[in-house]
Design a protein around this ligand. Sequence first.
Ligand SMILES: Nc1ncnc2c1ncn2[C@@H]1O[C@H](COP(=O)(O)OP(=O)(O)OP(=O)(O)O)[C@@H](O)[C@H]1O
Length: 254
Amino acid sequence: MENETKTIEIKDLDFYYGDFQALENVTFDIPENKVTALIGPSGCGKSTFLRTINRMNDLIDGTRVDGDVIVEGDDIYKDEIDVVELRKEVGMVFQEPNPFPKSIYDNIAYGPRAHGITDTEKLDEIVENSLKHAALWDEVDDRLDQSAIGISGGQQQRLCIARALAVDPDILLMDEPTSALDPVATAKIEDLIDDLKEEYTIVIVTHSMQQAARISDYTAFFLMGEVIEHGPTQKIFEKPENQKTEDYITGRFG
Ligand SMILES: Nc1ncnc2c1ncn2[C@@H]1O[C@H](COP(=O)(O)OP(=O)(O)OP(=O)(O)O)[C@@H](O)[C@H]1O
């Protein structure tokens, strides 16, 4: 990864829920404008790791972090940072599409309004651009005032991606964003991820080996809280260095 710009650097990261250690000594870099996939069996710490990048775990009582998570130069657990600003730079999309019970327009305008934008023309522009970026504009441009709950699951998930993009983040965290979707909607999100990496750094948790192989540039394989192997996706899938990685990739466990 020598020639890549590192957006996120993780060094010796340990994470605890109370007495339970969920991440141990995690160290790797996440490069800019690439897709990094996090794979591994259920409970190995993928979502926990993802949530350390925008300090979403802070919302859970009794958690503790050791080590460094450096996002765009700031050590986000050691430097004095504004967590609201961090979460603006590091957007998140979840497993289940979770639009607010508001209009399509208001879903997208919510974040920019919360960050102080009130000008209607500016908001119109953000809503249009965000929906275009999320490849949803053409499907909803004639019904922006209708409820976001009334569109399909795949459209809702693209709406949630548009909502994340509306506050102009640099990094997008995605926690199994297609696991609730059918194959057609999944393919649309995968195409979208491929387009989005031109402008955003993407970190995605996926249970699908095929999805990781299709869409990611780098892959990190987690097992029981540790990163067993990390590297270019093609190498991880075709020539893994660790036997455990090979066993997992070839479906021998997990
Ligand atoms: N809020 C919590 N409190 C206590 N333990 C937790 C909490 N969230 C997760 N854990 C534990 O931390 C470990 C890692 O969980 P995590 O959800 O990060 O794994 P995962 O790899 O994302 O799993 P999955 O693929 O099933 O979503 C698991 O043992 C889990 O039970």
